[in-house]
Design a binder for this molecule. Structure first.
Ligand SMILES: *Cc1c(COP(=O)(O)O)cnc(C)c1O
Length: 398
């Protein structure tokens, strides 16, 4: 897919989420586009012009499938972007982007606090296997970012807010620093989601979003997106990574995420409000040692977040309990409404402790090293969630 006209470009995000990518089914007139569970498509009679490594022609589902393409239109529209590539997971999307952009000898600056797979890719894999030079920086500190950049820096990658500490970094300033030094900026926007934050408008070159989380929102399908206005590089990602590494999304998962995305703006609006309320409640609790949520006035990234997150502050709260690992687990196990499981952005609230023996705990600020919990707020009534947290805190003597 190259740039496609979005008929709903001038409408609100709620209208775009409903309509973009959908159309009457040509064969039956059905008001939903069908699910095409086919590996292969009829070849043209003249094969001389077929390029089997390209994604221009529908002929094999790894090179592209209609459900993937329709979801690409919808996600591009949510981001107001020219192009989107949908792959099998958020990590598949991150890998495809890094693998296409970087080569031996290139330098990349990546966050001190990031999603686990980004840490693995740059701390252990790209450097040791491919000779990419990788350097960590505290992305909340612009001086540290400047210092980490070298003449060979090809890419700066950030996450804002970051997983799992929920800290905010300055997209526009980091884009400026990267570009001044001849580097590109990619932003993992999963925590913020396209309802709250548009990194391309702030100067980022690429956005990655794990659709597994808020955009699908139902905890039943995995997918990831790369979003950009750089059509030429996007075509390279399709050719080099989608076709030849192979992490394309299955038509069924694309169909499910397409359906989930229809209600995404409505869910995110509610989640923003519920999360703010719950974060403010947590702040009043004596045995809560810290609450990291960019919507809180007490948060050191609040002003920056208020500038670059235009509709709200997202659905994740990172907080600490005055408790050891065992007591934190007991607290999580006592919850009745909130589900004790990894992931985030589902319809149900999810809680996940970050144990003090995590190998990266030393990279987090001091207060995060004990009793640290990542909490993803779902669609339940916020007062029910608060009551549930309250009973579980009491049950473990907090
Ligand atoms: C979950 C997540 C990912 C990875 O997405 P998957 O779909 O699980 O591969 C990447 N970045 C962030 C910030 C995430 O929360």
């Amino acid at each position: 897919m190259s740039e496609k006209a979005d008929r709903f470009r001038d409408y609100d995000i709620t209208t775009r989420a409903v309509h973009t990518g959908n159309d009457y089914d040509k064969e039956t007139g059905a008001v939903r586009r069908p699910l095409h569970m086919a590996n292969s498509y009829k070849l043209p009679d003249d094969l001389s012009k077929v390029n089997y490594s390209s994604t221009d022609l529908l002929f094999y589902s790894r090179n592209g499938n209609p459900n993937q393409h329709w979801l690409e239109e919808k996600v591009a529209s949510l981001y107001g972007a020219k192009d989107t590539i949908i792959l099998a997971s958020g990590v598949g999307a991150l890998h495809a982007l890094f693998w296409t952009l970087l080569k031996t000898g290139d330098h990349v600056v990546y966050p001190k606090v990031s999603y686990m797979a980004v840490y693995r890719l740059f701390h252990e894999l790209f450097n040791r296997k491919f000779g990419v030079k990788t350097e960590m920086a505290d992305m909340t500190d612009l001086e540290a970012v400047k210092k980490a950049i070298t003449p060979g820096t090809r890419l700066v990658h950030i996450e804002t807010p970051d997983n799992p500490t929920n800290h905010v970094s300055d997209i526009a300033e980091i884009a400026r620093i990267a570009h001044e030094n001849g580097a590109l900026l990619s932003v993992d926007n999963t925590f913020a989601s396209p309802y709250n934050q548009h990194p391309l408008e702030l100067g980022a070159d690429f956005v990655v979003d794990s659709l597994t989380k808020f955009v699908n929102g139902h905890g039943d399908a995995q997918g990831g997106a790369i979003i950009s206005n750089d059509i030429e590089t996007m075509e390279r990602i399709r050719y080099e990574a989608q076709v030849n590494v192979g992490a394309v999304i299955s038509p069924f998962n694309a169909w499910q995420i397409f359906r989930g995305a229809v209600t995404f703006p409505l869910r995110m609006d509610r989640i923003n409000k519920s999360t703010q309320k719950i974060a403010e409640w947590l702040e009043t609790r004596e045995n809560v040692t810290f609450v990291s949520y960019p919507g809180l006035k007490s948060n050191k990234g609040h002003e920056l977040a208020a500038r670059q997150m235009t509709n709200g502050f997202g659905g994740v709260i990172s907080f600490g309990l005055r408790a050891d690992d065992k007591k934190v687990e007991q607290f999580c196990a006592k919850l009745r409404v909130v589900t004790f499981a990894v992931s985030l952005g589902h319809d149900e609230s999810l809680i996940f402790p970050q144990p003090s023996y995590d190998e990266r705990i030393g990279l987090y600020p001091e207060e995060f090293r004990k009793g640290f919990i990542r909490f993803s707020v779902g669609l339940e009534e916020p007062d029910d969630i608060i009551a549930d947290l309250d009973q579980a805190l009491k049950a473990v003597g907090l």
